[in-house]
Write a protein that binds this ligand. Structure first.
Ligand code: FAD
Length: 397
C-alpha cells in the first residue's frame, strides 16, 4: 500500500495526529479529510469568546494554513467520508472519491443530539457544535431579548452565561436537579449559584414539551405547563459519536473502542477524540471523553503508535469550563457514592475507600494542578482538608 495515513475528521484530534506524525519524522503521505469547509479549529471558544464577539475565527484555528503546507499534509476540506472498508483499506467520500490507506485514523468527533421536540425546526431554535452554527447563534443573539436554554450541561451552561453577558433575559431548563449534575450535587449547587447571581433563571426537575410560535419561535412550553417567552432557544442536550460511516470495527455506545494508543479491533484502523472510547485504566472500561485535552493527548499518542515510537508520558485527562467569569476544572472519574472532601471552598476531592478518585478546582488553577497528582493515592482526609498545607507535600498514604 502507498496510501499512507488518512485521517478522517479535521478537528483538534485529527489535526494533532497529522502534525505530530510529521514532527516524529513520518515521511509517507498524510491526508486530512474534513467535512466542514474550514481548517481545523478549537471548539471551546465557540460558546465563550467567539459567541461573545471577543474572539474571531482565525484565533480559534489549531494551525494556520502554512503549517499544513510546510508539513506536506494534504488537507481536503468540505469532504465527507461516507464509508469505511476496513478489509480493503479504503475510505469512500461523498463525492464518489475513494482513498486507499496504509492506516486510517477516525477523528470525526461528535454530532449534537437533536431531541424530537415539536417546533425544533422553527426559526430562532439553535444548536451549537460548528463555527457556522456559532456564527448564526451570535447573529441571532445580537437581536434577541429573551433566551431559553434547553439543557444544563457544559454547552448549555456556557451559552447561558455568554448570552446573559450580552444582556439577554435567560432561563435554563433541565429535567435533572441542577446544572452540570454529572459532577455531583456539591459542584452543581456552586454553578447554580453563579447563574442565579448573574440573573439567569434555572428551571430544574422539569422537561420541555414544545417550542412554540409561527415560523419563528416565540415561547417554550414545559412539561409542567409553564410557558416561557423566548425569541431565542438553544438546545444543548449532548452529542453522540459521528461514526455512522464506520463499519467493521468494534463500537461501544457508537464510539470506536480503542486501546490507550487509539488502536481499534480492526488492523490499521485507529480512532481518537470524541469519536473514540479509549481504554481507561482507572475505570477498567472503554470510556468516551468529550474534552479538549483528551483530543490532543489521543492525537499525539496515536501518532507515536503509528511510527512505532514509545507513547509520550500520559498526563491525566482533565477539562475546564468557563461561566460568568469563573473557571471550573475537573480531573478523574468519581462515582455517586464517593465521599466529597472540600479543601477550603475552592478544591474538591472525591474519595472512595480511602483513594482519591477525582478532583476539581474552582478558580484555583494552581491548586487544581497540584491536587490532580493526588488521584490514585490514599492521603489522610485531614491533610486534604487542611488548606494551609501545600498540596505538593501531602503524604500520599
Ligand atoms: P471535533 O472537534 O468535533 O472534530 C471532528 C471533525 O470531524 C469536525 O470538524 C467534523 O466536521 C468532522 N467530521 C465529522 N464527520 C465527518 C465525516 N464523515 N467525514 C469527514 N469529516 C467529518 N472541552 C473542554 O475540555 N473544555 C471546554 O470548555 C469545551 N468547550 C466546548 C464548547 C463547545 C461549544 C463544544 C462543541 C465543545 C467543547 N469542548 C470543550 C469539547 C471539545 O471541543 C471536544 O472534545 C473536541 O473538539 C474534540 O475534538 P475532536 O477532534 O475529537 O472532534
Amino acid at each position: 500500500m502507498t496510501g499512507g495515513v488518512v485521517v478522517v475528521g479535521a478537528g483538534l484530534a485529527g489535526a494533532t495526529a497529522a502534525t505530530t506524525l510529521r514532527e516524529l519524522g513520518f515521511d509517507g503521505p498524510i491526508t486530512l479529510i474534513g467535512a466542514e469547509p474550514v481548517l481545523p479549529y478549537e471548539r471551546p471558544g465557540l460558546s465563550k469568546g467567539y459567541l461573545a464577539g471577543s474572539t474571531d475565527a482565525d484565533d480559534l484555528r489549531v494551525h494556520g494554513p502554512e503549517v499544513y503546507e510546510r508539513f506536506g499534509i494534504d488537507v481536503r476540506l468540505g469532504a465527507e467520508a461516507v464509508a469505511l472498508d476496513a478489509e480493503a483499506r479504503r475510505v469512500s467520500l461523498a463525492d464518489g472519491t475513494t482513498l486507499s490507506y496504509d492506516d486510517v485514523v477516525i477523528a470525526t468527533g461528535g454530532v449534537n443530539r437533536r431531541p424530537p421536540l415539536p417546533g425544533m425546526e422553527r426559526r430562532g431554535v439553535h444548536q451549537l457544535r460548528t463555527i457556522a452554527e456559532a456564527s448564526s447563534l451570535r447573529s441571532a443573539a445580537s437581536s434577541a431579548r429573551t433566551a431559553v436554554i434547553v439543557g444544563q450541561g457544559f454547552v448549555g451552561c456556557e451559552v447561558a452565561a455568554t448570552v446573559r453577558s450580552l444582556g439577554l433575559d435567560v432561563t435554563m431548563v433541565d429535567p435533572l436537579p441542577g446544572p452540570l449534575w454529572s459532577l455531583g450535587a456539591e459542584l452543581s449547587a456552586r454553578v447554580a449559584q453563579w447563574h442565579a447571581d448573574a440573573g439567569v433563571r434555572l428551571r430544574n426537575d422539569v422537561g420541555v414539551a414544545s417550542l412554540d410560535g409561527g415560523p419563528a419561535v416565540t415561547s417554550v412550553t414545559l412539561t409542567d405547563g409553564a410557558v416561557l417567552p423566548a425569541d431565542l432557544v438553544v438546545v444543548g442536550v449532548g452529542a453522540r459519536p459521528a461514526t455512522d460511516w464506520v463499519s467493521g470495527v468494534e463500537l461501544v455506545d457508537g464510539a470506536v473502542a480503542v486501546d490507550a494508543d487509539g488502536r481499534s479491533s480492526a488492523p490499521h484502523v485507529w480512532a481518537i477524540g470524541d469519536a473514540a472510547a479509549a481504554w481507561d485504566e482507572q475505570t477498567g472500561s472503554h470510556r468516551r471523553v468529550e474534552h479538549f485535552d483528551s483530543a490532543i493527548v489521543q492525537g499525539q499518542r496515536v501518532a507515536h503508535a503509528l511510527v512505532g515510537a514509545p507513547s509520550p508520558p500520559g498526563g491525566r485527562s482533565w477539562f475546564w469550563t468557563d461561566q460568568h467569569g469563573h473557571t471550573l476544572m475537573h480531573a478523574g472519574v468519581h462515582g455517586a457514592d464517593d465521599v466529597v472532601v472540600w479543601r477550603g471552598d475552592s478544591v474538591v476531592f472525591w474519595v472512595r475507600d480511602g483513594e482519591v478518585t477525582a478532583v476539581a478546582g474552582i478558580d484555583a488553577g494552581r491548586d487544581f494542578r497540584r491536587a490532580m497528582k493526588l488521584i490514585g493515592t490514599r492521603p489522610a482526609t485531614a491533610d486534604l482538608q487542611d488548606d494551609a498545607l501545600d498540596l505538593r507535600t501531602v503524604p500520599a498514604g
